[in-house]
Design a protein. Structure first.
Length: 227
């Protein structure tokens, strides 16, 4: 997912407007670097340079080094996106329109960033190797949290189809971001959003028909033999 799903910033209080601690600066720098280059470009030296934090503060705040910082940064990003998703899905628009809006918002965000950044969780997932395998369950857990937010919004669709559709939304938006970055063209996100929205609309319609026709009458939109 991308920054399009992050919640709108609220006005900061005086305490919140105070200079960020070196720990917070490092977390935010790590998020930005992970979104741009995955783990490859988010080493200790890069984070220190991007954050302006004292070099000696890295192991003070993150004794586990790069992996601990990456874990904290990923979880922070995951929570931020989950909050944004929940806010967007809580709006009054029809569910298919809201989901399509998530894709279109991500498309705009990527274009604005000139395709230099995407989802930190997706980027890290593609970078995992034996040395960084500990981050795999972190990424999987974040994806699952986003899927849970989406599934909760699809309450008009019965399980297990609801959960499968939620997983498909995440898979589609992650894959479309990869293609958009490669081609420097956000149409992949826009197209994916339209297709996913149509699938959700169909699932909602079929679920509604099933509730209204419990005896198992065929859906009127489905073709029948002999028609």
């Amino acid at each position: 997912m991308n920054a399009a799903a992050a919640p709108t910033a609220k006005p900061k209080s005086r305490a919140e407007s105070a200079p960020a601690s070196s720990r917070e600066r490092m977390i935010e720098a790590a998020i930005s670097l992970l979104r741009a280059t995955g783990l490859t470009g988010a080493g200790i030296n890069q984070v220190i340079a991007a954050s302006g934090a004292p070099k000696g503060s890295m192991y003070h705040h993150f004794p586990g080094g790069k992996l601990e910082l990456a874990t904290v940064a990923l979880i922070r990003w995951g929570e931020r996106v989950a909050e944004g998703l929940a806010a967007q899905l809580a709006g009054p628009a029809p569910l298919p329109d809201k989901v399509r809006g998530i894709f279109e918002g991500t498309a705009r965000t990527m274009a604005h960033a000139q395709y230099a950044r995407s989802c930190s969780v997706g980027a890290v997932s593609l970078d995992l190797d034996e040395e960084t395998a500990a981050l795999a369950p972190v990424c999987a857990g974040i994806f699952a949290s986003w899927q849970a937010v989406l599934a909760a919004a699809m309450h008009g669709i019965p399980e297990p189809r609801r959960d499968a559709l939620a997983r498909f939304v995440i898979s589609s938006i992650q894959g479309a971001q990869v293609q958009s970055r490669a081609a420097r063209d956000n149409r992949y996100l826009v197209e994916a959003g339209a297709i996913v929205a149509a699938l959700i609309a169909q699932a909602l319609e079929e679920s509604s028909h099933a509730r209204e026709n419990p005896a198992g009458q065929p859906h009127p939109r489905r073709s029948r033999k002999g028609d």
